[in-house]
Design a protein around this ligand. Structure first.
Ligand code: CMP
Length: 143
């Protein structure tokens, strides 16, 4: 299994609930390391650029206004199989379908306010990491 990097966002709902620490603890306890982090309130236009892949979907407008409704915590996670592992820890996009014990099962309220985002492929991870962070801001933790 290869070491990978993936982008994780703790969304405005989870930041507002003060569960940032609980979410990062789950990543760390499962072998993922934070190698870059920033708390930032996106503008609706910035959220729109980040989610441009969904521009034609009916939920795009609501998604952009929700993602710009308060500060979100963007971070880069590094570790073995980080992309799939992060998605496994998050649970299904719709919290009603998320497996018990996952981040979304425990902290998400709806498909929009679903606590976390995680890259879904190596290509998207590279693009999403570059959206938030410069190469010099990534501090590899691999010994
Ligand atoms: P996320 O993993 O951040 O990727 C896109 C987001 O769009 C998703 O989480 C959801 O919060 C939101 N969304 C709203 N409706 C839907 C839907 N029907 N299918 C997928 N994502 C949706």
């Amino acid at each position: 299994m290869a070491v990978q990097r993936t982008l994780s966002i703790i969304k405005p709902d989870a930041v507002a609930k003060n569960v940032v620490g609980d979410i990062i603890r789950r990543f760390e306890e499962n072998g993922l390391s934070v190698i870059a982090v920033r708390l930032q309130q996106l503008s609706a236009a910035e959220a729109g650029r980040f989610y441009a892949v969904h521009a034609e979907r009916p939920f795009y407008g609501d998604l952009c206004s929700f993602m710009s409704s308060g500060p979100a915590l963007a971070m880069v996670l590094e570790g073995q199989n980080a992309i799939a592992l992060n998605r496994q820890l998050m649970g299904a996009t719709n919290p009603k379908e998320a497996e018990a014990g996952t981040i979304r099962a425990d902290h998400a309220d709806s498909i929009d306010a679903n606590a976390v985002h995680g890259s879904d492929s190596a290509e998207n991870a590279a693009n999403e990491i570059a959206f938030f962070f410069a190469d010099l801001e990534l501090n590899s933790r691999i010994a």
